[in-house]
Design a protein around this ligand. Structure first.
Ligand SMILES: [Zn+2]
Length: 595
């Protein structure tokens, strides 16, 4: 249901009302009543994997996947270690709607896309929290006679009896929703930060640690990159940076701020009695047994000390191929390149383009006990289990260059150099790749084609670069349209040309369908939610190798790359625009059309 027009959505809403399965009359035969005292607890914890064999079978039966293609899909899912549903949706093999409907049919009920049909907080709270979370079920719609609920496991033992008991006399309809969407809705059970602050303050127990705890827990759930504490005259405003944009998360009475400041200072080993100058420190926070490193910076302002916390995604839970946004062709290219025995793989892009995240995700794919993987980084942004990670430390002269020299002596299989900034590191990196190591690094260049001449400008011999470079990946991040408030509009090619010269190269139809998010409460009225990367990947083919040895310009490199079918950043992004995943304006903000 990716490209939902408003009319289509209205139809779907109507469908939802009329087609759901009625569970009021007969309870299903295979449901069991939970033992005494365990009501509300999901006895058979639902495992996403359980549904996969059934899903595959049904999709083949419906003709949505060809039998001969199934082997490839199974192979990819194992190789990239992602779940089947995520893979099918992210690679546009089967739509989310088709997957949802197929599973729903298996359960004998209707499918509801919770990304589009989000219930209000009031409606969600119709069900007690323990029932909702225990059975993974939420109320979508309720009136005096009817109640519509959705779950990712309609066969959950005891669920239907529980609902009948809670809503006695009402007509109950049970629908199916995908687990990931359900998780997003269940987050609503968290009360607003301010309510939780007040409760903590009233109880007067450990005010500072508990308030900090609540803030950081929320930040993790919401994928926040930075937390700001901004003291004002009477209150302290807490802001979260999500997808690169700051939002107010809550406010706190100022009288409790000093305790919080002191707590943060003690934990990050700063001076408590220092109020007049800026200080930096770090803490390690343990969430769900996974450590998260947080860098803290404190700056004095006229209203008090302002604190900024940067969450370094200490665990690497978000590092998977699905989140990276590679299309099928690029996924294949990259998978081939990272499994070569030696050579250099370079990612480029401006600061904040996600290039480090991509490298870590690739590294994570290669991480296994038989391989020695060593990194030199500044700072260590993600901790990966089983990888030897070294932090650059200028004070003890452990620079990228020194670190890399030491690493090579230790003879690892795979090396990651956080960044190549100077000639010495560049030459050392090329040497490491030449002597049988697979080396990953980031490099500051505008696009993939300009990275190659820049390496040569840094003093790397063209013939050495030609024989060591495997691939250059350029990337940018685009914000994704919030699916819940996505709208479609039509624009003529003539009108489009005013903003995008050569529009006819990219769009063949005279009337073009484009999308935008009109903004809603759930996306803070921005129309966007989440980000994904767009890519340009140049691999060093035999032709490219010959060209690099001639000390080429970036234009010459791009010409050869283009003739070999490489898509530019803009073209890769255009696929996301046409699929309604992002807007044309957003793409033009981050990438040039190169025509
Ligand atoms: Zn929205």
């Amino acid at each position: 249901m990716e490209q939902n027009s408003p009319t289509k959505q209205a139809q779907d809403d109507a469908q939802v009302q009329s087609q759901v399965v009625d569970v009021t009359a007969t309870a299903p035969s295979d449901s069991k009543t939970p033992p005494e005292g365990t009501e509300g607890i999901n006895l058979e914890a639902f495992n996403k994997k359980d549904i996969e064999p059934i899903l595959k079978q049904s999709l083949v039966k419906k003709g949505l996947i060809k039998t001969e293609y199934l082997k490839n899909i199974e192979h990819a899912v194992t190789t990239y270690n992602i779940n089947l549903i995520d893979y099918l949706i992210s690679q546009n093999i089967v739509t989310k709607e088709n997957i949802g409907q197929t599973i729903a049919e298996h359960f004998g009920c209707n499918y509801i896309d919770l990304e589009i049909n989000q219930p209000s907080k009031e409606v969600i709270r119709t069900l007690p929290e323990d029932i909702s979370i225990g059975y993974r079920v939420v109320v979508l719609d309720a009136d005096d006679q009817n109640i519509l609920v959705t779950t990712d496991n309609p066969k959950s033992p005891g669920l239907q009896e529980k609902l009948q008991q809670l809503f006695a006399g009402k007509h109950i309809s049970l629908a199916y929703s995908l687990p990931e969407d359900l998780d997003q809705v269940l987050v609503y059970y968290r009360k607003p930060l301010e309510t939780r602050f007040n409760k903590i303050i009233q109880e007067q127990a450990h005010v500072a640690p508990e308030i900090i705890d609540e803030i950081i827990k929320d930040a993790i759930i919401l994928d926040v990159s930075d937390i700001h504490f901004e003291p004002q005259e009477n209150v302290v405003v807490i802001r979260f940076r999500i997808d690169g944009i700051l939002h107010e998360a809550s406010q706190l009475p100022k009288q409790y701020y000093e305790k919080i400041l002191n707590r943060l200072k003690v934990q990050s080993r700063m001076r408590i009695d220092e109020h007049g100058s800026s200080q930096d420190g770090a803490i390690r926070y343990i969430a769900d047994e996974e450590p998260i490193d947080i860098r803290i910076s404190i700056v004095p302002t006229i209203d008090g000390e302002k604190v900024a916390l940067r969450l370094l995604a200490g665990n690497s839970r978000n590092l998977n191929f699905k989140n990276l946004g590679f299309n099928v062709v690029n996924l294949k290219t990259i998978n081939h390149q990272i499994h070569r025995p030696f050579g250099m793989i370079v990612t480029t892009g401006p600061t904040g383009s996600g290039k480090t995240t991509t490298l870590y995700a690739l590294l994570k794919q290669l991480n296994n006990p038989d391989i020695n993987l060593t990194t030199i980084e500044d700072p260590v942004e993600y901790k990966i289990h089983g990888v030897n990670q070294i932090q650059v430390n200028a004070a003890s002269n452990l620079t990228f260059t020194e670190g890399l020299r030491t690493i090579v002596r230790q003879d690892p299989d795979i090396i990651l150099v956080g960044e190549i900034r100077d000639e010495e590191t560049a030459k050392l990196a090329v040497n490491a790749a030449l002597t049988g190591h697979l080396l990953f690094t980031t490099f500051h260049a505008n696009d993939a084609a300009t990275a190659i001449p820049r390496f040569i400008d840094m003093g790397v011999e063209p013939f050495l670069l030609a024989s060591t470079l495997n691939a250059v990946i350029a990337q940018r991040l685009v914000r994704l349209i919030h699916p819940q408030c996505r709208m479609q509009y039509t624009v003529s090619i003539e009108d489009l040309k005013a903003h995008l010269p050569h529009a006819e190269v990219f769009f063949k139809e005279p009337q073009i369908k484009l999308y935008y998010g009109k903004g809603c409460e759930a996306c803070n009225f921005t129309g966007f939610k989440g980000r994904s990367a767009i890519y340009e990947i140049i691999t060093v083919t035999p032709n490219m190798k010959k060209l690099i040895m001639k000390n080429p310009s970036s234009e010459e490199i791009w010409e050869v790359a283009r003739s070999e079918g490489v898509k530019s950043l803009f073209e890769d992004g255009l696929d996301k625009v046409k699929a309604g995943r992002t807007t044309l304006e957003e793409l033009m903000r981050v990438a040039e059309s190169k025509q």
